[in-house]
Design a protein around this ligand. Structure first.
Ligand code: ADP
Ligand code: 5GP
Length: 186
């Protein structure tokens, strides 16, 4: 049995991580989250090997050369990528796999894996997105501005995805994604 690949994308601060955690907390959909690799520094609550594999630039660039990524991208000064081997193994075991990635990486997955099911998360409004990303208090003002200006361009790509989910409440958004996964894996 081969599992299905799901891609969740959307602007930084929309709530992808929060909704993903809720989705995985009550996991009756055989879903496994693929842990990404990044050169970004860990936030105070983040654990290496749980939230990300935190590595330095040299390590990441060697992994690119060795063709170890299903996709990767540079986002506001740092590399982020999906290690390929683990995803392939999980799919072969029949697990459904969730990638939570930004739009450049999502585009690469759409090209390489046209069977992947893609979901784009949008905020109720741009003002709410700004409130959320600032409210998280994890980035400097400079990085927040760069992420918000990127968000405008990212939002224009929403029609390239199979499903759109509005993150008005975490409850609604996680239920909507849960229902998409259930429907697409029947
Ligand atoms: P992303 O992973 O897309 O960058 P996060 O999951 O880190 O976003 O969420 C950004 C901030 O918004 C966090 O502080 C989170 O608690 C908050 N948040 C997420 N979803 C909602 C929601 N539906 N309503 C209000 N706040 C939310
Ligand atoms: P953050 O620094 O807020 O954790 O992540 C920044 C952005 O990178 C988010 O939109 C997040 O979804 C995305 N991201 C996380 N992991 C990956 C990955 O493996 N590949 C790509 N392309 N983007 C990722």
């Amino acid at each position: 049995m081969i599992g299905k690949l799901f891609v969740l994308s959307g602007p930084s601060g929309v709530g992808k991580g929060t909704v993903r955690e809720k989705l995985l907390a009550n996991n009756d959909i055989n879903l496994t989250y693929s842990i990404s690799m990044t050169t970004r520094k860990p936030r105070s609550n983040e654990i290496d090997g749980v939230h990300y594999f935190f590595v330095d630039n040299d390590y990441f660039e060697k992994a690119i050369k060795n063709d170890e990524f299903l996709e990767y991208a540079k986002f506001v000064g740092h590399y982020y990528g999906t290690p390929k081997k683990h995803v392939e193994e999980l799919l072969k075991e029949g697990k459904n796999v969730l990638l939570e990635i930004e739009v450049q990486g999502a585009k690469q997955v759409m090209e390489k894996c046209p069977e992947a099911i893609t979901i784009f998360m949008i905020p109720p409004s741009f003002e709410e997105l700004e409130k959320r990303i600032r409210g998280r208090r994890t980035e400097s003002e400079d990085v927040v501005s760069q992420r918000l200006s990127k968000a405008k361009k990212e939002m224009s790509l929403k029609d390239n995805y199979n499903f759109l989910v509005v993150n008005d409440t975490v409850e609604n958004a996680s239920k909507a994604i849960h229902d998409i996964i259930l429907k697409m894996t029947k």
